[in-house]
Design a protein around this ligand. Structure first.
Ligand code: NAP
Length: 434
């Protein structure tokens, strides 16, 4: 029997568990440990609440969780309740699937002013993540700036622009829905430091912006290269750029505008005690397609700045870390000494949910090469962890407990909504009657 601990129950964690089950069959016991009492990581707290079809993948993870050789241990914090060193004593392999839940900082003057928030915080807030339930972003302002040209910037711009009715069927956190419903924001500036051909947005997500009830996207065709150049783009990118171009023909007759500012790099945030404006510098592309400042600046009046410029993995004591790339130092998923990384903790914050799947299969193969199926390492595994946690007064949340939390969230949902998430750990635990 082999024992594997996976830290983090998001997509990368679940795909790794599934791969280990397929490879080892009955010869493995997997413990999936999460800091929160609830599973699914980015599916629950990162994927936009109005993208329920993407969130449906959790049904597949549930199937994995319900198999007899896997346990979910929620509300157990590695680094606090148990150390990596202790886990190494207990398990044959430890897989870090901790994702990249921290914002990459926007290192410009004024970026710590109230009203500048990172996308991890903002997305966590509207998704009911306990760490960000109290964010209280300033939405009583006329204008917001969203920095970045990736899909997260699109998510944020869309959530800031939707009407209450458009959130029907979503699982947006109630506290966020109420505040967004009374938002005074009429213009959302989406800032890219490069041009329309350098966006990191995908066609489906861009296309959605053209069909919002009370908001219209706006672009300036002056920012675009000649249309014939679109033919040189790969098909997905070409489709995205076609959507962008089509926005130029849309009537600007809606209450809100999503304004795409290309070639605009943030320089500093200004304001008396809070954000009042963002100063940006016009850029151009160099021959390597990098953005280069032109020296010309202008100010965007705004009371909210959301930075959507990527994420990083928080370091764990004793685990080698690559600071420049914000992820664990690893060679093809191997950190060393029985320690592995998958998903964004391995690769950095790129790719879709499905991109994590091959990582899971690769790590399972690598572990199987070191610990062949059928062999034993003589480790104590889950029984040893249970004893250690019990001795520390830590009571993990099992998958069956999570199912009770989920049932309680479903029972208190708004009409038409799949659930009303508990946005504090205390409320999650209280739902268990503890
Ligand atoms: P991303 O795709 O890497 O985009 C980050 C954006 O931030 C880029 O446009 C980048 O510009 C810009 N940026 C970085 N540093 C900057 C700076 N200092 N100043 C100005 N702009 C800066 O990251 P993301 O949007 O956070 O998304 C993360 C991953 O999740 C992506 O793979 C994304 O596709 C995925 N995702 C998918 C969905 C979906 O499928 N519906 C939804 C959300 C997220 P440069 O290109 O110039 O560096």
């Amino acid at each position: 029997m082999r024992h594997v601990a996976i830290i983090g129950s998001g997509p990368a964690g679940f795909y790794s568990a599934e791969a280990l089950q397929k490879l080892y069959g009955e010869n493995v016991r997997v413990d999936l440990i999460d800091r929160l009492p609830v599973p699914y990581g980015l599916i629950r707290s990162g994927v936009a609440p109005d993208h329920q079809s993407i969130k449906a993948v959790s049904k597949r993870y549930e199937k994995t969780a319900l198999s007899p050789n896997l346990r979910f241990l929620g509300h157990v914090s590695v680094g606090e309740d148990v150390s990596i060193e202790e886990l190494k004593q207990l398990y044959d392999a430890i897989i870090l699937a901790t994702g990249a839940p921290h914002d990459r900082p926007l290192d410009i003057p004024g970026s710590t002013l109230p009203g500048v928030v990172g996308s991890a915080a903002f997305v966590g807030w509207y998704n009911g993540h306990p760490d960000f339930a109290d964010l209280d972003p300033p939405l009583g302002v006329a204008s917001a700036a969203v920095i970045g040209n990736g899909n997260v910037a699109l998510d944020v711009a869309r959530i800031l622009s939707k009407t209450r009715a458009e959130f029907a069927g979503s699982d947006i956190a109630g506290h966020a829905l109420d505040v967004l419903d009374h938002s005074a924001i009429r213009i959302v500036h989406v800032l890219g430091r490069r041009g329309p051909h350098q966006i990191a947005m995908t066609p489906k997500e861009l296309g959605e912006l053209g069909h919002l009830e009370a908001a219209a996207p706006r672009v300036d065709l002056e920012d675009f290269p000649p249309e014939v150049d679109d033919a040189l783009l790969e098909p997905g990118m070409r489709k995205s750029v076609t959507h962008l171009r089509s926005f130029a023909a849309l009537p600007q007759d809606k209450a809100k505008t999503i304004d795409f500012d290309f070639f605009a790099a943030p320089v500093r945030v200004e304001g008396e005690g809070k954000v009042e404006r963002l100063v940006v510098e016009r850029t151009r592309l160099d021959d390597q397609l990098r953005s280069v400042g032109t020296g010309e600046t202008y100010a965007i009046e705004c009371g909210l700045v959301v930075t959507c410029i990527g994420y990083q993995t928080p370091p764990i004591e004793g685990v080698p870390y690559e600071h420049g790339r914000g992820r664990f130092a690893n060679a093809e998923g191997v950190i060393g000494d029985g320690l592995y990384a998958v998903g964004w903790a391995r690769r950095g914050p790129t790719g879709t949910i499905g991109t994590n799947r091959p990582d899971g299969f690769e790590v399972a193969d690598t572990i199987a090469a070191a610990c062949p199926p059928g062999s034993s390492g003589g480790k104590a595994g889950g029984e040893g962890l249970d004893a250690l946690l019990a001795g520390r007064g830590v009571r993990p949340v099992a998958f069956s407990d999570w199912q009770r939390i989920e049932a309680a969230e479903t029972a208190r949902a708004r009409a038409g909504s799949p659930r009303e998430k508990f946005a504090s750990i205390a409320d999650m635990i209280a739902a268990l009657g503890r």
